[in-house]
Design a protein around this ligand. Structure first.
Ligand SMILES: [Zn+2]
Length: 502
């Protein structure tokens, strides 16, 4: 592999203006494939979820998945697109072993949704509008597995295996118009756009949009033009980038690489590029010129799609609150900073906190437990917050027990530990482990008296005005009650008994 001398990012931006185009593929979460009844369930035996239609056998006929069309319309509406009154599928003809039909059923010049936009919020709060060219329906290909080589690539492999379970899974491809004017923030805009789109897709309930599972992937098209000029430069297409961080890194790398080539008098080749997670670089894929001809023609085996205006309006009315609007509303309701809200979002805690509040907790407590103790435990277990074996209702119950004084924070953490360990609901853990704040004033009073008697020297210090020394006695009482006392109340009692003002 030849290494490229990159131009520094600052130098690249001093001479050139980046123009981006982002193409995002989203796998819909429908139960069946786009044009047949085969299951879309992940993890099945290879080639167990296929039929004559998705294998492209002669004489088989496709039928459009209604939920697939509905999802496409919802995505289009949420992206402020116009929805076609009438559109068709088209055959995109090319040969690839993982595509058994030898054509992909897609949409060409008649996409179901077009001319929209998505406003994305950058880290400093600024809003950047990304214009949407189109969103169209198509199907996924199968999957090749190259065996025998060191890298999993076809080079050096002894043979290849093909799994067609994924062939025919519904995809929506969302294509932006050229993104201009982002300047040095182009990589940040790319990342923010994909992040916002992912939130939107999840909010619509049309896909879980898990990038790490390939349910959402982004092609980053990038070109540079000399500052102050209008004409676009030649672009490269970095394919299938599958994390937010990688989208940002790929855009950044390509800016530096293009600048290096251009400033040394070279020309950019129009080609696809592979992104490498390990070092954030890209390497050349296949040359792609504009003359590439897929011989598109309207799919003769499928009826046109003509969504009625009534239905479209009905779907529009049913759209959820847009993620950005919802985030800003929640941020105000919870009284947290932009920065804290971003942390909550990054932790995947927004919906969990909302559900905990819905179950009766106050916002501050719900946030505290999810972003504190539970985030720590998720981190330790190397899992997502949502995957922890505790429900928002259970967290709300812990909050309630703390609020009513039955638990202090230390005991609450033990209750959470018990719930996570499968010991049942919070109340069951409290009963099972005998966890409850000692609120019996008599028992607490005795424990305080004993601590004072056993630590006469410290008690004298406190009597003489060294109130700070009370900490040691509080510690002794907490120890005697195995941490089950309310520390603030213990302190009050100690000062009271020693006749000192807190
Ligand atoms: Zn099938």
């Amino acid at each position: 592999m030849t290494t490229i001398d990159l131009v520094s990012y600052e130098d690249a931006l001093a001479s050139y203006d980046p123009v981006m185009g982002l193409e995002v593929h989203v796998e819909l979460g429908t139960r069946t494939k786009m044009f047949c009844g085969c299951s879309t369930e992940l993890g099945a035996e290879p080639n167990s979820q296929t039929c004559p239609t998705c294998l492209g056998l002669p004489g088989s006929l496709p039928v459009v998945n209604a939920i697939g069309v509905e999802s496409a319309v919802k995505i289009g509406l949420a992206l402020h697109c116009e929805i076609a009154e009438w559109c068709r599928f088209a055959r995109k003809n090319y040969f690839y072993p993982d595509m058994p039909k030898n054509f992909q059923t897609s949409q060409y010049d008649e996409p179901i949704a077009f001319n929209g936009y998505l406003d994305v919020q950058l880290e400093d709060g600024e809003i950047f509008r990304v214009e949407i060219e189109r969103a169209h329906m198509e199907e996924d290909t199968g999957k090749s597995l190259h065996v025998g080589g060191a890298t999993g690539r076809i080079h050096g492999a002894s043979h290849s295996l093909l799994d067609y379970n994924r062939a025919g899974i519904p995809l929506i491809e969302i294509v932006t118009k050229p993104i201009e004017g982002a300047g040095e923030r182009a990589p940040e805009v790319a990342k923010a756009y994909v992040a916002e789109l992912r939130e939107l897709i999840k909010a619509l309930g049309v896909s879980e949009a898990r990038m790490e599972q390939g349910q959402m992937r982004c092609d980053v098209n990038l070109s540079l033009r000399p500052n102050g000029t209008e004409k676009f430069g030649t672009r490269s297409e970095t394919k299938n980038v599958n994390s937010l961080r990688s989208v940002e890194r790929a855009a950044r790398f390509e800016i530096q690489r293009h600048a290096a080539v251009l400033s040394s008098g070279g020309t950019i080749v129009q080609e696809t590029r592979h992104f490498h997670e390990e070092d954030g670089s890209t390497t050349a894929g296949r040359i792609k010129d504009n003359a590439e001809d897929y011989r598109y023609f309207p799919e003769p085996d499928l009826v046109p799609v003509a969504p009625s205006r009534e239905w479209v309006e009905e779907l529009r009315k049913g759209l959820p609150e847009l993620p950005r609007v919802r985030r800003n509303r929640l941020r105000e309701e919870w009284g947290v900073s932009e920065h804290d809200m971003q942390s909550i979002l990054n932790a995947g805690a927004v919906d969990l906190i909302v559900a905990t509040i819905d179950a009766g907790a106050d916002a501050a407590s719900a946030r505290k437990w999810w972003m504190g103790e539970l985030a720590r435990r998720a981190n330790e277990a190397g899992t997502d917050l949502a995957a922890l074996e505790i429900t928002p209702e259970q967290v709300a119950r812990v909050c309630a027990l703390v609020a009513e004084g039955s638990l202090n924070d230390k005991l609450a953490r033990q209750v959470i530990e018990g719930v996570l360990a499968g010991e049942g609901d919070p109340d069951a853990v409290v009963a099972g482990r005998g966890l409850a704040v000692v609120s019996d004033e008599g028992a607490l009073g005795t424990a305080v008296d004993e601590a004072i008697a056993a630590n006469a020297g410290i008690a004298d210090k406190i009597r003489s005005g060294k109130v700070a020394a009370a900490g040691a006695l509080v510690g002794a009482v907490m120890k005697a009650t195995r941490g089950q006392a309310d520390a603030a109340r213990v302190r009050e009692l100690i000062l009271e008994k020693l006749g000192v003002e807190g």
